[in-house]
Ligand binder design. Structure first.
Ligand code: CP
Ligand code: NVA
Length: 308
């Protein structure tokens, strides 16, 4: 079964083929109306369940549109409305859904839910974000970087802010795609040691630098994300804001990074907090390309899951 659960657990050659196929197929349908199906209808006759236990705009719409462009059908389900949210086990849910649908995408809280769903499903499962990772997003980010700057291998990515789920997937990708990553943020919000160690073992240079201005020197890409993720307690907001304010990506920080550095944010953003509007709407920002590329890369991921 070809699940797409995380970047660090997917073969690097498969990751590369997903990026390359996403780019080729994006180019092939350039300029077409968004509702027009692809020529080869790779998901014709297929039914895809999209399960959301957390809010979403991009993941929900891009998966739904992607499946339809490929000729398949979708069912968008909210965790709360399913028996899953009322005590039915994940294993039973997985076995039942496998009798109805050909592929499952899930956005959930605990990673254990994703892993158990994948263990008991007879159909491929795709990770649409957990508290610990967001692999579809970083696949879209790699595609976006390479469209603008060429191969990401050997480049310097700087993550400024919270060492959260999106940061974790960047660390996974550093190990698999062979780029260097500098994390700059407060020590209490460092990414998990296990992810840093794994990326280093795979040969990526991972640096922890508390000074954001030193961190961004020579950066090819500066990335940030919200200071309070969906799984974080609202009560932590003030403390997190105080800790993270020095790591805001603003024009001064982008100036230190240099004019060639791109700026990324997975969105949704809190303008004026983790990044200023001047940066988000500025010449180095590729945030809306990232959002668009969710569609193209996820189509390639679904194609990969269902092939063979
Ligand atoms: N970046 C991202 O996953 O956005 P949504 O939460 O809107 O899906
Ligand atoms: N880190 C954010 C990403 C949202 C796409 C969250 O988990 O809420």
């Amino acid at each position: 079964m070809k699940h797409f659960l995380d970047i660090n657990t997917t073969d690097p050659a498969d990751l590369r083929s997903i990026i390359d196929s996403a780019l080729a197929r994006k180019q092939a349908r350039a300029g077409r109306p968004k509702g027009m199906p692809d020529d080869d209808l790779a998901l014709e006759g297929r039914m895809v369940a999209l399960i959301f236990e957390k809010p979403s705009t991009r993941t929900r719409v891009s998966f739904d549109v992607g499946v339809r462009q490929m000729g398949g059908q979708t069912m968008v389900l909210s965790g709360k409305e399913m028996q899953l949210g009322h005590g039915e086990t994940i294993a039973d849910t997985a076995r039942v859904l496998s009798r109805y649908v050909d592929l499952i995408m899930i956005r959930t809280f605990e990673e254990a839910v994703l892993l158990e769903l994948a263990e008991f499903a007879d159909v491929p499962v795709i990770n649409g974000l957990t508290d610990r990772s967001h692999p579809c997003q970083i696949m879209a980010d790699i595609l976006t970087f390479e469209e603008h700057r060429g191969p990401i291998a050997g480049k310097k990515v700087v993550w400024s802010g919270d060492g959260n789920n999106v940061c974790a997937s960047f660390l996974h990708a550093a190990g698999q795609f062979g780029f260097d990553l500098t994390f700059t943020g407060p020590q209490v919000l460092d990414p998990e040691d296990v992810f840093v160690g794994e990326a280093r073992r795979k040969g990526a240079q991972i640096t922890i630098e508390r000074d954001p201005f030193k961190a961004v020197e020579g950066a090819d890409l500066v990335v940030t994300d919200t200071w309070l993720s969906m799984h974080d307690s609202q009560s932590a907001q003030e403390r997190r804001h105080n800790l993270l304010r020095p790591y805001q990506v603003n024009e001064e920080l982008m100036k230190a990074a240099g004019p060639e550095a791109l700026f990324m944010h997975c969105l949704p953003a809190h303008r004026g907090e983790e990044a200023t509007s001047a940066v988000m709407d500025g010449p180095q920002s590729v945030i809306f390309d990232e959002a668009e590329n969710r569609l193209h890369v996820q189509k390639a991921i679904m194609r990969w899951c269902l092939a063979g």
